[in-house]
Design a protein around this ligand. Sequence first.
Ligand SMILES: Nc1ccn([C@H]2C[C@H](O)[C@@H](COP(=O)(O)O)O2)c(=O)n1
Ligand SMILES: [Zn+2]
Length: 189
Amino acid sequence: MDLTENIANISLHEEQTAKKRNDYIDWQEYFMAVAFLAAKRSKDPKTQVGACIVNNDNKIVGIGYNGMPIGCNDDDFPWGKNTPSPLDSKYLYVCHAEMNAILNKNSADVKDCTIYVGLFPCNECAKMIIQSGIKKVVYLSDKNAHRPEYIASKKMFNASNIIYKQYKPRISKIEINFDIDWDLVSPTK
Ligand SMILES: Nc1ccn([C@H]2C[C@H](O)[C@@H](COP(=O)(O)O)O2)c(=O)n1
Ligand SMILES: [Zn+2]
């Protein structure tokens, strides 16, 4: 067997025994990362929240992030927090990520689905989650837990048997790199 034949045989063997990669992200990481990617669309200068709704077949059926309602120009409506008049702060206007994800659904309904969201849902979103039939909430941060709106959310979730579970990341960062050299990843023949 000459050298060229030998090299060809080795690479054929490598192809035939190739194993699947094992550093892929799991479903939870994927759905929470989709929620975090959606949050990057938010114009809120202080807090960007994303939400991703998933059905029992692991299919994404809704995505949303916090933003102004359709028609309410996000250059004209306020983004401040602590203004003398509530009419001049964002709170009376902004649609929360969970609300947008539910309203943006691309399936007939979101019954029995799970919602992945960066921040624990407020009382208004909790009501929408319950009424829409979503059965599980996976959240990353509960930084507002002491506030009445969030205590109310938990009261309602408990009464309505909605499961809520904090997501504990296995990895702290998922990188998206558009600068891939595809020829290095899979050389063309
Ligand atoms: N579960 C949540 C909680 C909050 N948001 C939105 C609403 C505001 O745009 C922002 C919170 O503003 P902050 O008081 O932190 O300046 O986040 C949401 O979409 N979902
Ligand atoms: Zn909310």
